[in-house]
Design a protein around this ligand. Structure first.
Ligand code: SF4
Length: 225
C-alpha cells in the first residue's frame, strides 16, 4: 500500500464532496472524514492531488448528495460498504439539530426624568461585553419587579408593564416581559456592571443589542426633559 498523506492534505473545497464518497464507501459516520484517522490510509502521499480530484469528481457526478447516487456507474461500487448494505443515502450521518433552549427574562427600562440605567454584560458568553437594559431570569410579577428594582438600590415611583417580546439566538430563545419603572432622581453611583447614562448618551454612544430592540424603541431617541 502506498504511503499515506497527512489527513490535513485534503483541501476544504474538496472536503464536502470527497467526504461524502468516503463516508459512504467506508461508512464513516463523522461529518468530516479528515478527522477520522481511518481515512488517511487511503490518501496516497505521492499523488494526493489526483486522489482529491478523483474524490471531488465522484462526489460531484456520481455519488450525489440529495438524490439516489449513481452506484451502477461508480468505480467504487465493488467495495462500497454503504452500497453493499443498501444504505447509500444514510451517509454521511447528519447530526441532529439541538433544540433551542427557552429562557424567560424580565427586562427593565429603569429611568428618571432624563437618565436611564444600563448594564454591561460579562466578558464571556451570550452577548459578551455588550450593553443591555437591566434584566433578570424568569417572568416577574409587578410586585416581584418592584422588589427587584429596590434590590438594585433604586426607589421606584411608578411601574408600567410593557408588551412581551421574543428574540431568537442560534441556540437560545429569550421570551421576555418588560417593565418601565420611573425611579426617584438618579444620582451617579458606583457599580461594577450598571451605568447611569443620559438618554442622549444612550442614543449617541451606547449600542444596545437587537435582542432588546422591542424595548429600546419605546424610549425617546434624544431626551433631556
Ligand atoms: S457505490 Fe454508490 S454510495 Fe458507494 S461511493 Fe459509489 S456512488 Fe457513492
Amino acid at each position: 500500500m502506498p504511503a499515506a498523506a497527512p489527513a490535513q492534505s485534503l483541501p476544504s473545497s474538496v472536503q464536502v464532496k470527497g467526504d461524502r464518497v468516503l463516508n459512504r464507501s467506508m461508512v464513516f459516520t463523522s461529518a468530516h472524514v479528515q478527522e477520522d484517522t481511518g481515512a488517511a490510509q487511503f490518501r496516497p502521499l505521492s499523488t494526493p492531488g489526483n486522489f482529491n480530484q478523483a474524490l471531488m469528481d465522484l462526489g460531484a457526478t456520481i455519488c450525489l448528495p440529495n438524490s439516489t447516487p449513481l452506484c451502477a456507474e461508480c468505480p467504487l461500487q465493488c467495495f462500497c460498504t454503504a452500497h453493499a448494505r443498501g444504505e447509500e443515502t444514510a451517509y454521511p450521518v447528519v447530526p441532529e439539530k439541538k433544540a433551542r433552549r427557552m429562557e424567560a427574562r424580565t427586562v427593565f427600562l429603569l429611568h428618571d426624568a432624563g437618565k436611564i440605567v444600563i448594564g454591561k454584560r460579562p466578558p464571556k458568553g451570550l452577548l459578551a461585553s455588550l450593553y443591555e437594559f437591566p434584566n433578570t431570569e424568569g417572568h416577574l410579577t409587578e410586585k416581584e419587579a418592584l422588589q427587584y428594582v429596590s434590590s438594585l438600590g433604586f426607589m421606584p415611583l411608578h411601574i408600567r408593564r410593557l408588551a412581551p417580546a421574543k428574540h431568537i439566538f442560534s441556540h437560545i430563545e429569550w421570551h421576555m416581559i418588560g417593565y418601565e419603572v420611573r425611579v426617584d432622581e438618579l444620582t451617579p453611583f458606583e457599580s461594577d456592571h450598571l451605568l447611569l447614562v443620559s438618554m442622549q448618551a444612550l442614543a449617541d454612544t451606547y449600542s444596545i443589542p437587537s435582542a432588546f430592540s422591542a424595548y429600546r424603541k419605546l424610549l425617546p431617541e434624544n431626551s433631556s426633559e
